[in-house]
Design a protein. Structure first.
Length: 256
């Protein structure tokens, strides 16, 4: 399989420990990396999530700091902003043809409106779970950027395409709804010459989450636990959503 997965770390953010380790790590404040991923394939560059631009971070940090404190601010230097790092790879925003969204938390989705020509893909069950949640009170605007949800509603049937869970979206690329941390949370698997790469996103924020079977705080803890088990059972190359150790294990930033 000719797919390669490139890891893009575009900034960092801090939050209290219990946000990342359910009912644990009290008294700790963890500063974690922010990632998105580029699948280099026969179909061209496929982005998995789109991150937050440095400009968006500046615009929104005032509100974030007011709600959560200075340590929770997005720290995204201009040279690490997604568009800057994509340009370094020879990828212009206008030239991106495909984006897969793992879920709609802001650090994964907020930049989506800056890709004017991209087909946007999301698992059908994930979109249904977030666009009409069973418990709307657990899908607050502070966690889900409603402008992104409204934008996607407007693009549904146009650039925004829903895909069936587990279907091969591109050669060797599949999406599976997990839920748990977020009702729409999706894991993306990619077949490469090095083996199956599992883009765990926030279904497994850290390698430690998998080792200890310890999910993050979120929407549905039973789903979150099942997601960790599912990832472990596949025995692939796992890329957690917010672990600095990803860069230690894959210092070249590319797999496949």
């Amino acid at each position: 399989m000719g797919n390669r997965v490139r890891i893009i770390q575009y900034g960092q953010q801090g939050f209290p420990g219990p946000a990342f380790f359910y009912m644990g790590r009290f008294g700790e404040f963890l500063h974690v990396p922010l990632y998105f991923w580029v699948i280099q394939s026969e179909a061209g560059a496929i982005l998995v999530d789109v991150g937050v631009s440095a400009k968006q971070a500046v615009e929104l940090n005032t509100e974030i700091v007011e709600r959560f404190g200075e340590e929770a601010a997005w720290k995204i230097p201009p040279e690490k902003s997604p568009e800057a790092q994509l340009a370094d790879l020879g990828i212009e925003l206008e030239g991106v043809r495909h984006v897969i969204l793992t879920h709609l938390h802001g650090d994964h989705s907020l930049n989506i409106t800056n890709f004017p020509n991209a087909e946007i893909l999301m698992a059908r069950t994930s979109w249904e779970a977030i666009s009409a949640p069973a418990h709307p009170g657990l899908v607050p605007p502070s966690q889900f950027p409603y402008p992104v949800i409204d934008f996607l509603r407007g693009e549904l049937g146009k650039r925004f395409r829903l895909i069936e869970e587990g279907a091969e979206v591109f050669p060797g690329v599949r999406c599976f709804r997990m839920g748990g941390h977020s009702p729409d949370l999706t894991v993306v698997t990619v077949e490469t010459a090095a083996g199956e790469v599992i883009l765990a996103s926030d279904a497994a924020m850290f390698y430690e989450s998998l080792e200890l079977g310890w999910p993050s705080n979120g929407y549905n803890q039973l789903e979150a636990l099942r997601a960790l088990d599912w990832i472990k059972e596949r025995d692939g190359i796992v890329l957690p959503g917010h672990d600095w150790k990803v860069l230690e294990r894959h210092p070249e930033g590319v797999i496949g």
